[in-house]
Design a binder for this molecule. Sequence first.
Ligand code: 26Q
Length: 764
Amino acid sequence: MSLLAERVQNNYGKSLEEMTDLELYQALLEYIKEKANDYPLNNSKKKLYYVSAEFLIGKLLSNNLLNLGLYDEVESELQSIGRSVAEVEAAENEPSLGNGGLGRLAACFLDSIATLGINGDGVGINYHFGLFKQLLVYREQHTVPDAWLGENSWLKKSEKRFEIPFNNFTINSVLYDLDIFGYNNTKRNRLRLFDIESLNSDLIEYGTINFDKTNIMENLTLFLYPDDSDHNGQLLRIFQQYFMVSNAAQLIIDEAIERGSNIHDLADFAVIQINDTHPALIIPELIRLLTQQHHIGMDEAVEIVKNTIAFTNHTILSEALEKWPMGDLERVNPDIAHIIRDLDGRVKQAHPNQPGAFVIDNNGRAHMANMSIHYGFSVNGVAQLHTDILKDSELSEFEALYPGRINNKTNGITFRRWIMNANKALSSLFDEKLGEEWRVNHDLTELEKYADDKDFQEALATIKAHDKRKLKDHLLHRQATVINENSIIDVQIKRIHEYKRQQMLALYIVHKYFDIKKGNKPKTPITILFGGKAAPAYIIAQDIIHFIMVMSEIIARDPEVSPYLQVVMVENYNVTAAEYLIPAADVSEQISLASKEASGTGNMKFMLNGALTIATLDGANVEIADLVGEDNIYLFGKKADEIVQLYETNGYNAYEYYDDPALRSLVDFIISDEAKALGNHERLYRLHNDIVHKDYFMALIDLKEFIETKERMYADYEDQDLWMNKVVKNIAKAGYFSSDRTITDYNRDIWHLEADYEVNIEKK
Ligand code: 26Q
């Protein structure tokens, strides 16, 4: 039976063999888009809307084939002509619709929501150039527009259009839909991405991301703004947010009415989960629509909205909390500004002595988080420790005002993309030992009994070696870098940010470099890979990238060291890169400053794929440690409560640590002659100065312990029986971090939708 050959012959007049990868990709894209018609939309009285400024969905071809149960058939047909799905998928552009964790979480959630048969759509923006593309040239990050949106995208243009009222002009939107298929489910959901037709891509000068930020009509959906540390274009970001939520609110109201709502009962028809505060303006926008277009009184409108909004908080970094100047909101839409003043007035009247809870502060800035907490029914953190910190310190005032409103939903990852697709070999091994039920219930606990089973350990090692070769091939094609496939693969992938402390791993590399020069050669060579983008306005983050690349080159040029240690900065880290890096990894780097990383989700992907974790006790690392036990994870460093206290007492002084000669020699290497011979002096001195004199994120406080822990970890690797025993114990506990579990928790505690899960495991 041929699925492809016949279609290709009819539509392209060629045989399969004659098709290019791009043409094969197009043929499969068309096939799946048509096939969607056989999958009715989920339908239920109440519907979930997951509104998010970011959906980092990754490439979709293999994911869709898997979820539709077509993967094996297509793969074998392609194999018969010497090709593969993976090769064909190389022709797909990766959508660039997110910054990092929060965006990738939204994508995992869509997959789980569809798989669980919950009627829920994602709602966001179709950024034409997404987040910038990172180039690494002469040891520096450069940023260029990412023109991901070609002719062959998964988007389908819909008939839906809305008028979006800005201060003194109106923009017409257009909605694109992208189908979300659940795994082995017979229904589908959609990702709804709003766009404008008046966009003008000529605003972008070739190769740069500078453009006229004042022409909203023509630039609104050009770019996604890089995270918290880039304050450029802030007004444009507010315009984007209002555009997103006005569309979302109109869509939600229209659809609720279609399903029979009289608007007074909106909360029985819709629940809106807002992904951080980026969509928080949906609160005043819904109130505007209810009062102005549906003639509902203000008090009732506020109540209705309160009962539909649930807010997820992803950060406790105060600089990442959105506080918009009222003047800016006025320029975006004066009605919205007016409603926010009203909402603020209600809070001030009820709690006049709690300025920390006001919506508008003394400086005339509207606090999106405060508004979302008062005017929603649920606030959740994304890991237990994060939620505890919210309740006990950051949001303790709100916990007292609204006991029970703050709740925890520990993040998760979709097993479809992160194991069943990214690591087919490991998935087959699980099948062999557990049968195929794990693919649905994600219960891997039975594997624990193989912890000391030599055959199982050997099978795992064989798969790891295979995944390392795949990574090697990928990096060769991606950036002409050759890595040693027989080395320990040690990976740190996340946004470059001081709190994620990439500097610490860079300083460890200096330590290791010295150590190898002294003659202490590691038994197994080590390859340390970094991946991550730095926001263009975040100068120190770029200095860190620079220093990592300088170290990489110093080591590569040194014949005494290079056989034992290699450092690679992976260019333009994205979902696709992660799909190669994570399965190949032995060591998962999770080294945030305790209390600052809300959860992390990479940590879960690594664990599932058989890496061991080196971590501070932060975010979901705490839960990983609880599950696997302290013997099976490499913990180091100060705890969250100690760090919180240090901040309260100003108790950290970087210089005290720098005074330790062992640490000083590492830090000073940043401005050594060797480093300066290759590096940009301004960058190196600035980074050095930051670590020695400022270091708000305390890179030195845990450094000694980090180095000791890394050495212990590498030593353990040499005892493969011991190492594999720990690996198996980690994999066996990873089931908890399935995003199906997370979504089940959201649905049970917050959304209360009926789940219509038609699974047919035989179908696989
Ligand atoms: C804010 C204001 C102005 C401009 C940009 C922003 C902005 C943009 C993106 C602020 C934050 C973000 C992204 C945050 C993020 O990705 N947080 C991560 O969320 C993950 C999912 O919950 C967690 O696992 C990570 O711990 C958290 O860092």
